[in-house]
Design a protein around this ligand. Structure first.
Ligand code: IMP
Length: 431
């Protein structure tokens, strides 16, 4: 099977949008397998910038089929707005398919998201898109799949049966109540518009895989936001690791072959939670400004930290990452000294893993190796050999500490600002 899986190796916002768009040029199919419109993938095409939240980044590739997989939770209104935005920009939307097994985010999920955040002691800092409550309803068997949402009978019955229960919960949380009639009417309009996109995708995927077509699995968020592998409770409610692919796309585990771990040359995090390499000084502000480190979905300033190789090792172990795509390397230009965190110190002992307890994680102190920075511009460089020597040393250190080679290096937002290294050539993806 000729597949590539793209995984965020940090706390999301690693630049997966650019890499997926770059790789989707050669893909027959691109599949998003988890999350919803909490994600924000920024793609720059010439002088145009697009922020995608639900639709896979392969939408900019002519002929590429883009699937919103069964592991996603989809807000119908947000999806249709994204379609309208793409159409307005002249981008074809006929190759977009929503799995009929994907779940629906309903308006009350968003209200619950805000209310539940308000009562939490540990504020997660969610995106308030209703993602957690929609996945909760899926798990408690109170959710609704797309297949049932687009059928008038089943959707109406679902809303009718559920709203009294939803309203009892809403009352308890001091939230406005849902009006059954209004909800029925609003959802009927959305369901009609959504219907042409909703299809079974099992056959399509199966044939593509066994005919050796190139299939790209596009992760959203990142490893450290994984419900199981991440910094719980400061996580999202899905599995953004490679393990999420089989379930979220509906393919066998063998379909996960090569895994590209997308990683920023430094670290960022939005939302709350321990972040050992975080720092706040003029250099952090410089990184924030040069890297435009503000949330694509919420506009919040992102927290900034040095590159944390313990996090990368954790991502590599949990997703079987076969190569890194190192992003936003140009942002590190003009910094005298670059710090790489190789270990943590916890209670006087050096450790090499991310502790499960967030109390312990908050106590971890980063152990750094300091390396010389680089001053020369990366503009126009297309070969690894031509990179400034200090940057090459920085990249080699990442490879030796994590045991995973770097396959792609991104020096800017454009497709042509991407350096291909040996491990990437070996994939034969671009032939
Ligand atoms: P939720 O996914 O909206 O429930 O938010 C849970 C946590 O994941 C919060 O800390 C969010 O800021 C974070 N999060 C969710 N989606 C993204 C993303 O695409 N990039 C970065 N952080 C995200």
């Amino acid at each position: 099977m000729h597949t590539l899986t793209i995984i965020g190796a940090q706390w999301g916002d690693e630049g997966k949008g650019k890499i997926t768009d770059f790789l989707a040029r050669h893909a027959a199919l691109t599949v998003r397998f988890q999350g919803g419109n909490n994600a924000g993938h920024t793609i720059t095409l010439k002088d145009r910038r697009f922020a995608l939240h639900l639709i896979p980044s392969g939408v900019f590739t002519q002929g590429c089929v883009n699937i919103l997989g069964q592991g996603m939770v989809i807000n119908p209104k947000a999806f249709l707005e994204e379609i309208a935005m793409l159409k307005k920009a002249g981008i074809a939307t006929k190759n977009i398919v929503i799995s009929d097994r994907a779940h629906v985010v309903l308006p009350y999920h968003q209200r619950f998201d805000e209310a539940l955040e308000a009562i939490r002691i540990d504020k997660v800092g969610t995106t308030f898109r209703g993602i957690g409550p929609a996945y909760s309803d899926k798990a408690t068997r109170l959710g609704i799949r797309m297949a049932d949402f687009i059928q008038d009978e089943t959707r109406k019955a679902h809303i009718e049966a559920l709203v009294p229960h939803v309203n009892r919960q809403s009352e308890g949380l001091g939230l406005p109540l849902s009006d059954v009639k209004q909800l029925q009417d609003d959802m009927a309009v959305l369901a009609t518009e959504l219907k042409p996109f909703v299809k079974p995708v099992g056959d399509l995927l199966h044939h593509a895989l066994y005919e050796n077509k190139k299939v790209l699995f596009e992760g959203a968020q990142g490893t450290m936001l994984c419900l199981d592998n991440g910094t719980y409770p400061f996580v999202t409610s899905s599995s953004p690791t490679a393990a999420g692919v089989p379930l979220g796309a509906g393919v066998p585990p063998q379909a996960v072959t090569e895994v590209i771990g997308v990683v920023k040359a430094y670290t960022t995090r939005v939302g709350a939670g321990a972040f050992p390499t975080e720092f706040n000084d003029p250099i952090a502000e410089q990184i924030r400004q040069v890297g435009r480190e503000y949330g694509t979905t919420t506009g919040r300033p992102r927290r900034i930290g040095w590159l944390d190789l313990v996090v990368l090792k954790h991502a590599a172990r949990t997703s079987g990452i076969t190569q890194w795509a190192l992003m936003l390397v140009d942002v590190l230009q003009n910094i005298d000294m670059l710090r790489l965190c190789t270990h943590y110190r916890l209670n006087g002992q050096e450790i090499d893993h991310v502790p499960a307890s967030m109390v312990q994680y908050a106590q971890c102190e980063p152990v750094y190796t300091d390396l010389q920075g680089f001053k020369t511009s990366l503009e126009g460089i297309s070969q690894f050999e031509d990179l400034p020597e200090p940057l090459k040393a920085y990249i080699h250190k990442i490879e030796t500490v994590t045991g995973v080679p770097v396959g792609l290096i991104s020096t800017g937002p454009e497709r042509n600002q991407t350096i291909r290294c040996h491990p990437f050539h070996q994939l034969d993806w671009e032939v």
